[in-house]
Design a protein around this ligand. Structure first.
Ligand code: ADP
Length: 263
């Protein structure tokens, strides 16, 4: 785009009514993307206008989890995002050929994010969810710079080691002066056929992260909910129908819908 002037990011305007959530985790594989797409689908089902930016450059999985196969279309200098389950979706994976890994460095990622936010025609949104890469990387800083009002949602597992890295991801909010919207614990337990709960990854991680962030930030950070291990959640991600829509009464579906409602 050479020296083209940068478009204003509508969500960064003080008058913007869009709630922006940056979904963060300390490490990969804790279910951050699964949580993002399910919250998005559940909120869209509630009648909210929802967009998702998949900024997880190392593991873009949002399009598959939402069953999006189309690429964005371009009209004049506007990019129109594909829509799936009433959610507008844009992913870095839509701009790289085939299944190639993204090897961009910080400044290019910043520019890509800027375009996703400024050049994509989102229309009026009630909620925008950003799926961040795991850890406390450049993208998290870029989000804070581009949309200072973005709130951070921290996803962790119950495991102590995972909770410690999640705390670091959340405490970036201290430096960027962002609000932490809360902590979501995923993979909290597996319900056995006799109704008992097996805590495969231990317990207490979500609460520990919430308490620790409350102390370090100096403002209350809540544990928003616990999502059990559930085969149907994984299957929904694989088939492109989020569990909150495909199996809303499953254990994970119920937990995720409740969290979406509370946000
Ligand atoms: P992340 O975005 O943190 O890397 P993903 O959302 O890609 O994590 O989840 C990693 C894997 O775990 C995926 O295969 C996903 O389907 C599965 N998964 C996530 N949460 C659950 C859950 N509560 N129950 C069962 N499988 C889950």
């Amino acid at each position: 785009r050479g020296g083209a002037p940068e478009k204003e990011i509508p969500f960064a305007k003080p008058s913007s009514l869009t709630r922006v959530y940056a979904v963060a985790s300390g490490k990969g594989g804790v279910g951050k993307s699964s949580v993002t797409v399910n919250l998005a689908a559940a909120m869209a089902e509630q009648g909210l206008r929802v967009g998702v930016v998949d900024a997880d450059v190392y593991g873009f999985s949002v399009p598959r989890m939402l069953g999006v196969e189309q690429r964005p279309t371009q009209v004049d200098d506007m990019i129109l995002p594909p829509i799936a389950h009433d959610v507008k979706v844009i992913s870095i994976g839509m701009f790289v050929p085939g299944n190639q890994p993204v090897v961009w460095r910080g400044p290019m990622l910043h520019r890509a994010l800027q375009q996703f936010l400024g050049d994509v025609f989102w229309g009026d949104l009630d909620v925008l969810l950003l799926d961040l890469p795991p850890g406390t990387g450049d993208i998290a800083i870029s989000v804070a710079q581009l949309i200072p009002t973005a709130e951070i949602l921290v996803v962790t597992t119950p495991q102590q080691a995972a909770a410690e890295v999640a705390e670091r991801a959340g405490s970036i909010a201290l430096q960027t002066h962002q609000r932490v919207a809360g902590v979501i614990e995923n993979m909290s337990w597996l319900e056995l056929p006799d109704g008992t709960r097996q805590e495969i990854f231990g317990s207490g991680g979500g609460r520990a992260v919430a308490e620790s962030l409350t102390r370090s930030i100096g403002a209350p950070v809540e544990l928003l909910g616990q999502i059990p291990l559930d085969t149907r959640l994984r299957e929904g991600g694989d088939t492109g129908t989020p569990v909150v829509l495909g199996e809303p009464d499953s254990a994970a579906g119920v937990a995720l819908r409740a969290i979406a409602k509370g946000l």
